[in-house]
Design a protein around this ligand. Structure first.
Ligand code: G6P
Length: 466
């Protein structure tokens, strides 16, 4: 099997902390281990100047190559265009998107630089798989350097509707850059439809069939590959973790009260303030639950240097204080709000203890927490998932209580419904959801994408064929 070159902003270089690597990191590493190859990207570190050469770590057949970024590059590329322009825009937050020419230039510069540094590491037979919105122009930059290899791109975020994308001054070049890849993967049909709309209405592109089109002189395949979680991992971890220290201690603090749980990176796309307001509405509308149920929101800090992330942190602190001040009692705290990070195994135990999992993003590519919550349940006594219809996961997990996160009354009613639902209905809904979580696993996602990418002939195969 030919080698694989994976490119992503963050690289999971195996080290002493590798035990804590997330599912996606493990899945990509496994793929690289089996066929050999390179994983290239940012080191996660900043320096006065961007490094001249990538730092190399060899582990078996895999080369991990990472670059430190200089402050200016880091600010314009990562904090700037990736996370203040593309991220809010792709999550339908035009109100938060900042359009700075300087940041855009920095984004393009860093992608050009990544292409330059990656080029010497690519061998003739390789397949290249690029991930996420940080790296959209990379493929085009590689093509400019003469890289004719099969190249795939997977977008982990939503792809915005045409009218939203058009607000981006550089939308045309961005989509043209996407078309430099041979295969483009999206999370959901919605995203693929939005992309097809763009090709259809904004370019002279021609749709050949549902998944293939001709644009900018190239034939490109665009397909849906919904991402999942590792097969069996959370199911086993939660059964184990619920017997361990942290979950046991949490259970003791509940004093037989029910627990509702939310776990999200602290990001405005996750709808956490709206969730807190819905929880307040729930306490207001269903007073019988007061003193009987607590909500735990775990929200590890993320992208803390970006002003919009600082602002949402302040907002949440205010809201949590307000709700606890208004409704709490000397022996009951309605809302537990923590920005601390927990190991996934510990979370699995927390999920299993929670009667309701609350996953209410305003917009999300997929949302793996929803799937992790389902996988962590005790099959004989499962909890209820309250899920935003705007999470990609809602497509598959349609047996959840689907809600509109902007509708506080609706979410409050779903929280109530989750708490009073019969065991029979909980089991029925859970069985339907777990079947989908198991079928659409992370391994399945990876293999599905790679099989389409590997069907594109390598350079060597094309040369042999001529
Ligand atoms: C989202 C993005 C990923 C990103 C992750 C964490 O899931 O799709 O590409 O790595 O958030 O964000 P961070 O900025 O810390 O890498």
């Amino acid at each position: 099997m030919s080698r694989l070159v994976v490119v992503s902003n963050r690289v999971a270089v195996p080290d002493a902390q590798s035990a804590t690597a997330g599912g996606l990191a493990v899945a990509l590493r496994d793929a690289l281990q089996s066929c050999g190859g390179v994983w290239f990207g940012w080191s996660g570190k900043t320096a006065a100047q961007t490094a001249e050469k990538p730092a190399i770590t060899e582990v078996g057949p895999v080369t991990y190559a990472t670059l430190d970024l200089g402050r200016k590059d880091y600010n314009e590329y990562y904090n700037g265009f990736a996370n203040r322009t593309l991220w809010p825009l792709f999550h339908y937050r035009l109100d938060l998107a900042e359009f700075s020419h300087e940041n855009y230039t920095g984004y393009l510069r860093v992608n050009t630089l990544f292409a330059d540094k990656l080029r010497p590491l690519i061998e003739d037979d390789d397949h290249i798989w690029v991930h996420d919105y940080h790296m959209i122009p990379l493929g085009r930059e590689l093509r400019a350097l003469g890289v004719e290899h099969p190249m795939g791109f997977y977008l982990h975020t939503p792809f915005p509707a045409l009218e939203v994308l058009l607000a981006l001054p550089s939308h045309a070049l961005l989509v043209k850059s996407l078309c430099a890849y041979d295969v483009i993967g999206f999370q959901t049909e919605n995203d693929l439809r939005a992309f097809r709309d763009y090709i259809h209405y904004e370019t002279k592109g021609e749709l050949i069939d549902e998944q293939t089109f001709h644009a900018y002189g190239r034939v490109v395949r665009a397909e849906v590959f919904p991402i999942g979680i590792e097969r069996g991992q959370m199911e086993e971890a939660s059964a184990r973790a619920v017997e361990l220290g942290a979950a046991r201690r949490l259970e003791r603090t509940l004093h037989n009260r029910s627990l509702m749980i939310g776990v999200d990176r602290l990001d405005y796309s996750k709808g956490i303030p709206e969730r807190f307001r819905s929880f307040e509405r729930f306490l207001e509308t269903y007073p019988d639950h007061r003193g009987q149920v607590s909500m735990m929101q775990i929200a590890p800090l993320s992208r803390s240097e970006v002003p919009e992330y600082k602002a949402i942190r302040d907002e949440l602190e205010g809201l949590a204080g307000y709700i606890n001040g208004r409704y709490g009692d000397f022996d009951w705290m309605p809302l537990h709000y923590l920005t601390k990070n927990f190991q996934r195994e510990t979370l699995a135990g927390f999920f299993r203890l929670s009667r309701v999992g609350v996953v209410t993003p305003l917009r999300d590519g997929m949302n793996l927490v929803a799937k992790e919550y389902v996988a962590s349940q005790d099959p004989s006594y499962p909890g209820v998932l309250v899920l935003s219809r705007f999470a990609g996961a809602a497509r598959e997990l349609d047996a959840a209580l689907l809600v509109n996160p902007y509708d506080h009354d609706g979410v409050a009613a779903a929280l109530h419904q989750g708490l009073v639902m019969s065991l029979e209905e909980r089991r029925e809904r859970w069985e339907s959801m777990i079947a989908k979580v198991r079928d659409n696993s992370l391994e399945h996602w990876r293999e599905a994408f790679l099989s389409v990418l590997r069907a594109v002939p390598t350079l060597a195969e094309r040369r042999a064929g001529t």
